[in-house]
Design a protein around this ligand. Structure first.
Ligand code: ATP
Length: 297
């Protein structure tokens, strides 16, 4: 009985982690970009991943997407190692991503950009597609309907036939999000989604991220320098500095964690001493100042 209960508890805690990062280490020549990073991304949560510039956040995202190789450690997605997964198969596993520098086709219409994401979940092979078999046509109809639903959800339908390059930056970012959502991800990895957005767009983004979790049941991993946004939406936060994990926990704990404060203040004083290295994103240092989504301890 006790053994059965123990096993049940073990199984349920395992299923809570959608992704597990297990001692991941990455070196670029002499630079130790990630040094034995360990944490879980719990299913159904919004997990913030923060840290000063150069902390290793994007490197870790790139490892999760198999764009970079890790020299040691492993990353499990739904309990399975992704070490041998080819980059082009990552979306099929259920991982979607947006990029710091938008990954979209600027000279293509909005709808086609969103369809690109939907096609990553297509199950028709080269031959059946070339022969235009009936099941290919049925699937294409399904993918177009899915793209239309995503555009409706993101308020992109009025722009569906517009070239992405002609649209405002905030709308382009939503198109990229649409491309990622169209692949029906279980985990959505957002790399600095707030960068370049105005106040109104930031409010809408915070609502959207919560809605992804609450209504669409998508787990979100959020890399962001905009502290008010991260603190306002995250259930759990992991903090990196110089390639190491220095803290993790709920936002309230992270905001008052001495190592986190030190890491951010250190980055701030380095920039004050060397203004030529100033961060182009002043929000990186709004740590603890609150804001529309802030929960200042
Ligand atoms: P930011 O917030 O500025 O985007 P970050 O936390 O995402 O920073 P990374 O971009 O992951 O940090 O960089 C971590 C370290 O690894 C830095 O020292 C960076 O210069 C180095 N680095 C990242 N990618 C490469 C690469 N392809 N080749 C060599 N060094 C790299």
């Amino acid at each position: 009985m006790a053994n059965g209960l123990t096993m049940d508890l073990a199984a349920s805690s395992e299923s809570l982690a959608l992704m597990s990062v297990l001692g991941v280490t990455v070196r670029f020549g002499g630079i130790l970009a990630l040094d034995g990073i360990e944490f879980d991304v719990a299913r159904g949560q919004i997990c913030g991943l923060i840290g000063p510039n150069g902390a290793g956040k994007t490197t870790l995202f790139n490892c999760m997407n198999r764009l970079y190789h890790y020299q040691s450690g492993d990353i499990l997605f739904e309990g399975q190692s992704i070490k041998a997964t080819p980059t082009h198969q990552v979306a099929r596993l259920g991982m979607g991503r947006t990029f710091q520098n938008l990954a979209i086709f600027r000279s293509m219409p909005v709808r086609d950009n969103v369809l690109v994401g939907a096609h990553s979940r297509s199950f028709c092979g080269f031959l059946s597609s070339a022969l235009r078999l009936p099941r290919v046509q049925a699937e294409e109809r399904r993918l177009r309907e899915r793209a239309d639903e995503i555009m409706d959800y993101l308020g992109l339908s009025p722009f569906r036939d517009r070239l992405v390059g002609d649209l405002p930056f905030g709308t382009q970012k939503r198109v990229e999000l649409g491309r990622a959502l169209a692949a029906d991800p279980k985990l959505l990895m957002l790399d600095e989604p707030a960068a370049g957005l105005n106040h109104e767009e930031l409010d809408a983004l915070a609502q959207l991220i919560r809605d992804l979790r609450d209504r669409l049941k998508i787990t979100v991993l959020l890399v962001e320098h905009h502290m008010s946004l991260v603190m306002g939406v995250s259930d759990h936060i992991v903090v990196l500095n110089f390639g190491r994990k220095i803290a993790e926990g709920p936002p309230g704990l992270i905001q008052s964690h001495p190592d986190v404060i030190e890491a951010y203040l250190g980055a701030q004083s380095a920039r004050t001493a060397h203004p030529q290295a100033a961060d182009p994103r002043p929000a990186a240092l709004d740590y603890g100042t609150g804001g529309s989504h802030g929960q200042v301890a």
